[in-house]
Design a protein around this ligand. Structure first.
Ligand SMILES: [Zn+2]
Ligand SMILES: [Zn+2]
Length: 322
C-alpha cells in the first residue's frame, strides 16, 4: 500500500525506500527496505529472521507514539494478531485513515489487544471474510487436545503450528487451561519462543524434542512446524497423533488433505463476526477491504450503510499462518 502524501509504503511486497511494517509475518515484513518504521517487537522479529540484512535502518516506535513521515502523521496501535502487531493510523489534511493489518478481537495473552479508533477510512483485512467462518472458542479447541492426550497416553501428540504467533499462543492457551507439564518443541520453534519470553510473555517449561528423547514422549504435547508432521521427523515418536492449529482447520477438506487427525480451529485472524463487529465499532464511513475474501464483506458493509470497496493488492495470497 502506497501513501502518496507521506512517500512511504505499508507492508510492501518488494524492497522500497521507506516502509511502515504492521507485523512480522513474512507476507507483511520483507527484508531489504532502506528505512523501516515498526514496533520494537516487530523490529526484533525481523532481526531474528534476517540479522543485519533485515533493513538499512529500523526505527522502533511505541504504540500510540506519533511520527511525522513526509507530511503525514503516523502512529501504530495494537492489532491483537501476534506479538508486536500493529494497525497503522495515518493523519493528513484533516483525514484519518486506519489500516488494520492482520487483526483479531478475541483475547490473546501473547500480545496487546486490538484498539478501536474512530476514523474516516478503515482498511480492513478479510482473511476469513465469509459468514461460514465463525471460529469456535479457543479454550474449547485446546480442551480437545488435552482430552486426547489424556485418553491416549501411549501416543505422542504432535501439533503443527506456525513458528511466529500460533506456536506461542497455543502454549499460552495450554497454560491458561492449567497444563503445566513441559511442552516439547521442534528445533525450528525455539528461537521465536525465546524472543517472546524476552518480551515478557510467560510460556512455562519448554524442552527440545531432541533426537535422544523422542521415543520417550508418549502422552506428551510436541509442537512443530506444519511441514514436519508429514516428515521422517514425526515418525520417531511413539504412535504419533497429528494435530494442526489453524483457522483453516474450519474447512474439513484441508484437514483431510494434510492427513491431520485432530484439527484445531485456532486462528489469529478475525472471523466473520469479529470483522463485521469491528466495522461497527470503528464506525468509519468509508471501508476498504483487502487481503482475503473481499466480496462478502464489501457487500455486508454496503448493506450496513458504509461506502465500501475492495482494495486488491498484488503480492498477497491466503495467509498460511492464519
Ligand atoms: Zn499475519
Ligand atoms: Zn497477513
Amino acid at each position: 500500500m502506497w501513501c502518496e502524501a507521506g512517500g512511504f509504503f505499508v507492508d510492501p511486497p518488494r524492497p522500497v525506500e521507506r516502509a511502515v511494517i504492521t507485523h512480522g509475518h513474512a507476507d507483511h515484513a520483507r527484508a531489504g527496505h532502506a528505512a523501516v518504521l515498526t514496533t520494537a517487537a516487530t523490529a526484533a522479529i525481523m532481526r531474528a529472521r534476517w540479522g543485519a540484512d533485515a533493513a538499512g535502518v529500523i526505527e522502533p516506535i511505541a504504540y500510540g507514539e506519533m511520527r511525522c513521515v513526509g507530511g503525514v502523521t503516523v502512529r501504530l496501535l495494537p492489532a491483537g494478531h501476534i506479538l508486536g502487531s500493529a494497525q497503522v493510523v495515518l493523519e493528513h489534511a484533516g483525514t484519518r485513515v486506519v489500516i488494520s493489518g492482520d487483526f483479531k478481537r478475541r483475547p490473546d495473552p501473547t500480545c496487546a489487544p486490538f484498539e478501536c479508533l474512530a476514523c474516516d477510512v478503515f482498511v480492513t483485512e478479510a482473511t476469513f471474510g465469509l459468514p461460514v467462518f465463525r471460529h469456535p472458542s479457543d479454550a474449547g479447541e485446546v480442551g480437545k487436545l488435552l482430552e486426547s492426550a489424556r485418553l491416549f497416553p501411549e501416543r505422542a501428540h504432535l501439533v503443527g503450528v506456525y513458528a511466529l504467533g500460533k506456536c506461542q499462543r497455543l502454549i499460552a492457551l495450554l497454560r491458561a487451561a492449567g497444563y503445566d507439564r513441559p511442552i516439547f518443541l521442534h528445533g525450528a520453534l525455539q528461537a521465536l519462543c525465546n524472543l517472546y519470553t524476552r518480551h515478557g510473555v510467560a510460556l512455562g517449561a519448554l524442552r527440545p524434542a531432541a533426537a535422544g528423547v523422542r521415543r520417550e514422549l508418549a502422552g506428551e504435547i510436541v509442537l512443530c512446524p506444519p511441514s514436519a508432521l508429514a516428515d521422517r521427523w514425526a515418525r520417531a515418536f511413539p504412535e504419533p497423533l497429528t494435530a494442526l492449529a489453524s483457522g483453516w482447520m474450519r474447512i474439513r477438506q484441508r484437514a483431510r488433505q494434510r492427513g491431520v487427525e485432530l484439527p484445531l480451529v485456532i486462528s489469529d485472524h478475525a472471523d466473520w463476526d469479529e470483522l463485521t463487529q469491528t466495522l461497527d465499532d470503528v464506525g468509519a464511513p468509508t471501508v476498504l477491504v483487502t487481503h482475503g475474501r473481499e466480496e462478502a464483506l464489501v457487500h455486508h458493509a454496503r448493506q450496513r450503510g458504509f461506502a465500501a470497496d475492495a482494495l486488491s493488492l498484488a503480492g498477497y495470497e491466503d495467509d498460511a499462518d492464519a
